[in-house]
Design a protein around this ligand. Structure first.
Ligand code: CP3
Length: 368
C-alpha cells in the first residue's frame, strides 16, 4: 500500500458524496450504489466463485476486499458494500448454516425451542469474525475517499426467520407461531440476535466503515401491531447502541409500506425504500428530517435503456433535489441482470441528477 493512499483516507470516506448526502448536506449529484452489486452480475465474480465458496471468500480478507471492489472498478459507484452475508455471524458462533446456490441460507439445526435459543451465544468480533474487520480495514485503506465503505448486518427479525424456518419462507408461519405462542422465548431470541447485530455493526464501524445498513429484508411480513410489539424494541436498541459511533445508519426492508410510520422513529438516519412505494409520498410520511434510499424496481434493469431511464428519472424527480436521497434499487440486483444496463444506470443517475441540480440553480437565479 502506498503512503499516498493511506494519507488520502485519513478522514475515511466521511466526506464522500454518499456520506454527505446521508447527512442531508447539499451534494453536487445523487450518490448511487446497488444492493448485491458485488455478486453474480459480474463475470469476474463468477470466476472467483468457481474456485471458492461464498464463505471461503469472506474468510480471506484479500479476496473479499477484491470481490467488494470489483463493481467499483467497472462503474463509478459511490459506495463499496462489504462482501459478506447476513448469516456469517451465525456461522461464526457455530450455527449449522449452508449458503445454497439459488436458495440462500439453509439452517440444518433450526431454532424451535428454548434449548435452540440458548445455543445462540454472543459474538466476539475480534475472535469470531477477525476476517470481517480485516476486510473493512483493507477497504478503508484502499478506497478513494470520495467513495464510502458500507458495512452491514442482518436485522434480528430476518435472521430469526432463517433460524426458525430453516430457509427463506413465503408466509413465515413457524416464525409467527413462535412469537404468538411463546412471546417470552421470541423476545429472548430477538434479544440475543440484537446483541449479535450490534456487535457486528459496531466492529465494522470501528474498523473503518463509513456507514452501515441494517438489512431487515423480510420484516414486511408483519403487520404494524406485530412489528411494534415483537420487533421494534429490538431494532430501537440496535440504532440506540450504534448512534454514538456517529455514522449514517440505513434501515432497509421490503414491503414496509405499512410499517414506515413506525420505522421512522426507530433511530435510523436513512430509510431504505422498496419499489412498491412512490418515493415522494413515502418520504413525506417518513419526514424530511430523515434521508431515504431507493427505490427503483430491480426489474427495470431488464427493460430497454429508454424504459430504464424513464423509471430512474421518475425516482430522481420525486426526490426533487432534496438533501438526503441516495439512489438504489428497491431490493438487490437479480443475478441475470444485463451488466450493460447496470453500468448505464450509474452514469444516468449521475448525469441526470447533475442536470436537475443545475436546472434548479438556473431557475433560482432567473427568478427575481
Ligand atoms: O453486494 C452486496 O450487496 C454484498 C453482498 C451480500 C450478500 N448477501 C452476498 C451473497 C449482501 C448485502 C447479502 C445480504 C443478504 N443475504 C440478505 C439481505 C439483502 C437482501 O437481499 O434482502 C439476505 C436476505 C441474505 C440471505 C441470502 N444469501 C440470500 C437470499 C441469498 C441468495 C440466494 C440465491 O442464490 O439466489 C444468499 C446467497 C448470497 N449472498 C449470494 C451473494 C452474492 C448469491 C450466491 C453466490 O454468489 O454465491
Amino acid at each position: 500500500m502506498t503512503a499516498r493512499f493511506v494519507a488520502k483516507r485519513s478522514s475515511g470516506g466521511a466526506e464522500s458524496v454518499f456520506c454527505r448526502a446521508a447527512r442531508r448536506e447539499r451534494v453536487e449529484r445523487t450518490p448511487v450504489w446497488f444492493m448485491r452489486q458485488a455478486g453474480r452480475v459480474l463475470p469476474e465474480y463468477r470466476a472467483v466463485r468457481e474456485r471458492f465458496s461464498l464463505v471461503e471468500i469472506c474468510r480471506r480478507p484479500d479476496l473479499c476486499a477484491e470481490v467488494t471492489l470489483q463493481p467499483l472498478r467497472r462503474m463509478p459507484l459511490d459506495a463499496a458494500v462489504l462482501f459478506s452475508d447476513i448469516v456469517l455471524p451465525l456461522i461464526a458462533i457455530g450455527v449449522d448454516v449452508e449458503i445454497v446456490d439459488g436458495v440462500g441460507p439453509v439452517v440444518r439445526d433450526a431454532v424451535r425451542d428454548a434449548a435452540g435459543v440458548r445455543r445462540l451465544r454472543a459474538v466476539e468480533p475480534n475472535e469470531d469474525l477477525p476476517y470481517l474487520t480485516e476486510t473493512i480495514r483493507l477497504l478503508a485503506r484502499e478506497l478513494h475517499p470520495q467513495r464510502a465503505v458500507l458495512g452491514f448486518a442482518g436485522a434480528p427479525f430476518t435472521l430469526a426467520s432463517y433460524l426458525i424456518e430453516g430457509r427463506a419462507s413465503r408466509h413465515f408461519l413457524r416464525t409467527k407461531q413462535m412469537l404468538y405462542a411463546n412471546p417470552a422465548l421470541w423476545h429472548e431470541l430477538m434479544s440475543r440476535l440484537t446483541s449479535i447485530t450490534v456487535a457486528t455493526l459496531r466492529a465494522q464501524v470501528r474498523a473503518g466503515a463509513d456507514a452501515v445498513q441494517l438489512f431487515d429484508s423480510w420484516v414486511g411480513a408483519l403487520g404494524p401491531a406485530d412489528y411494534a410489539e415483537f420487533v421494534q424494541p429490538h431494532v430501537r436498541r440496535i440504532f440506540a447502541e450504534l448512534a454514538p459511533e456517529g455514522v449514517p445508519m440505513v434501515h432497509f426492508g421490503v414491503h414496509t409500506a405499512g410499517l414506515l410510520d413506525l420505522m421512522k422513529d426507530d433511530g435510523a438516519t436513512i430509510i431504505g425504500l422498496d419499489w412498491h412505494l412512490l418515493l415522494d409520498e413515502a418520504w413525506e410520511r417518513i419526514g424530511h428530517d430523515l434521508g431515504v434510499q431507493g427505490n427503483l424496481d430491480p426489474a427495470a434493469l431488464f427493460g430497454p435503456p429508454n424504459a430504464l431511464e424513464r423509471r430512474a428519472a421518475d425516482v430522481l424527480a420525486r426526490a426533487a433535489n432534496r438533501p438526503g436521497h441516495i439512489f438504489n434499487l428497491g431490493h438487490g440486483l437479480h443475478p441475470e441482470t444485463p451488466l450493460a444496463n447496470v453500468m448505464h444506470l450509474v452514469d444516468f443517475v449521475h448525469n441526470e441528477s447533475t442536470r436537475l441540480r443545475s436546472a434548479a440553480a438556473t431557475a433560482a437565479f432567473a427568478s427575481p
